[in-house]
Write a protein that binds this ligand. Structure first.
Ligand SMILES: C[S@@+](CC[C@H](N)C(=O)[O-])C[C@H]1O[C@@H](n2cnc3c(N)ncnc32)[C@H](O)[C@@H]1O
Length: 287
C-alpha cells in the first residue's frame, strides 16, 4: 500500500497523491532544473500539477507519473518544468542594483569608451522570469548611458520556463505592474495598448535591445562573448549548495574582468567567495 503524501490539504485532495509520487517528482525536477523541493512543498506540487492532470484528462497521479516515465512523456516535460518553477518578479525589484548600474557601472564603461575603448555593453538577466528585470535594466541603460543609441548595447534574458520566456518576449504586462517604474522612465518607455486599458507594452527601443531565450542554467551556455553585468537574483536560492557554487563559479568565468554580479537579497556567494569580491548589498565583482 502506498502512503499518501503529507500536507494540510491531503484530506481534501481529489487525486490520490502518494509519497512515492512526490519523491519521483522531486527527483525529476531536481535532475532537470536543480530546483530542490523540500517536503513542505507537497501541497504546492499537488496544486500546480493537478492543473496538468486536468489539461491531459488524466484521472490519477499514478497515470501522470507513468506518462512522465514513458517515452511519450517527453512532450510533457516542458509543461511539467514550467508548472514547478516559481516566477515571482517585478520591475525595479531590489532597486539598489539598478542604482548601482546607473551610478557606478555605466559611468565606468562610458569613461572607458571616451578614452578610446569600444562602445560595447552586454548584460545578462539569468533566470529572468517574465522579463521585468531585463526591461528595468534596459530602461536604465537607454536613459543613463550617454549616447546610448551609438552603443552596441544588448541585454540577454534567459529562463528555463518557456512560458516565461514567451511572456517576456511579448513585452505585454498588466498595467498595475509598472507602478514601481520611476515616473520619468514610465513616460518614456511604457506604452498604452489600444483598446486594452488593463495592459501596457514595453516600447520598441527596449524590445530592440533585449533578447529572450530559453536556457537551463545547469546546462551548456552557448553565448560566445563575456558580460559586463549579470543579474542572477532569486534563482540560485532554489538550488543546493554545490549547484550554487558551480553556478557562481561559471558566472565568474563569463563576466568581463571588471564585470559585476548582482544576486538576490537573501542569497550569498558563500561557496564561491574566492572568485568574487563583495561591494556591499549583494553586489560583487571578480576577485
Ligand atoms: C523567482 S524568479 C526570479 C526572477 C528575477 N531574477 C527576479 O529576481 O525578480 C526565479 C526564476 O528562475 C528560473 N529558474 C529556475 N531554475 C532554473 C534553471 N535551472 N535555469 C534557468 N532558470 C531557472 C525560474 O523559472 C524562475 O523564472
Amino acid at each position: 500500500m502506498s502512503l499518501p503524501a503529507g500536507g494540510q490539504a491531503e484530506r481534501h485532495r481529489q487525486f490520490g497523491f502518494t509519497a512515492e509520487h512526490f519523491a519521483f517528482i522531486v527527483g525529476l525536477v531536481r535532475e532537470r532544473t536543480g530546483i530542490v523541493l523540500a517536503d513542505n512543498k507537497q501541497d504546492m506540487v499537488y496544486g500546480r500539477l493537478t492543473r496538468r492532470l486536468r489539461a491531459l484528462s488524466l484521472d490519477s497521479f499514478a497515470d501522470y507519473v507513468a506518462l512522465l516515465r514513458s517515452s511519450a512523456g517527453a512532450a510533457e516535460l516542458t509543461a511539467f518544468t514550467n508548472a514547478l518553477t516559481t516566477n515571482l518578479t517585478s520591475f525595479f525589484r531590489e532597486s539598489h542594483h539598478f542604482d548601482h548600474l546607473r551610478d557606478a557601472v555605466l559611468p565606468r564603461l562610458a569613461a572607458r569608451a571616451a578614452a578610446g575603448g569600444e562602445r560595447r555593453l552586454r548584460i545578462w538577466s539569468a533566470g529572468c522570469s517574465s522579463g521585468e528585470e531585463a526591461y528595468s535594466a534596459a530602461m536604465v541603460v537607454l536613459s543613463a548611458l550617454p549616447e546610448a543609441d551609438r552603443w552596441d548595447a544588448r541585454i540577454l534574458a534567459t529562463d528555463i520556463d518557456s512560458s516565461m520566456v514567451a511572456h517576456g518576449r511579448e513585452g505585454l504586462y498588466d498595467a498595475e505592474r509598472v507602478a514601481r517604474v520611476p515616473a520619468d522612465l514610465r513616460r518614456r518607455f511604457v506604452e498604452t495598448v489600444p483598446g486594452r486599458s488593463d495592459k501596457v507594452r514595453m516600447a520598441a527601443p527596449l524590445r530592440r535591445i533585449v533578447a529572450f531565450k530559453r536556457l537551463n542554467l545547469l546546462g551548456r551556455w552557448p553565448m560566445a562573448g563575456r558580460f559586463d553585468v549579470v543579474f542572477c537574483r532569486n534563482v540560485a536560492i532554489y538550488f543546493d549548495k554545490p549547484t550554487q557554487a558551480t553556478l557562481h563559479r561559471r558566472l565568474a568565468e563569463i563576466l568581463t574582468d571588471d564585470g559585476v554580479l548582482y544576486i538576490g537579497h537573501s542569497e550569498t556567494l558563500a561557496a564561491a567567495t574566492e572568485v568574487f569580491r563583495g561591494h556591499g548589498r549583494t553586489i560583487y565583482s571578480k576577485a
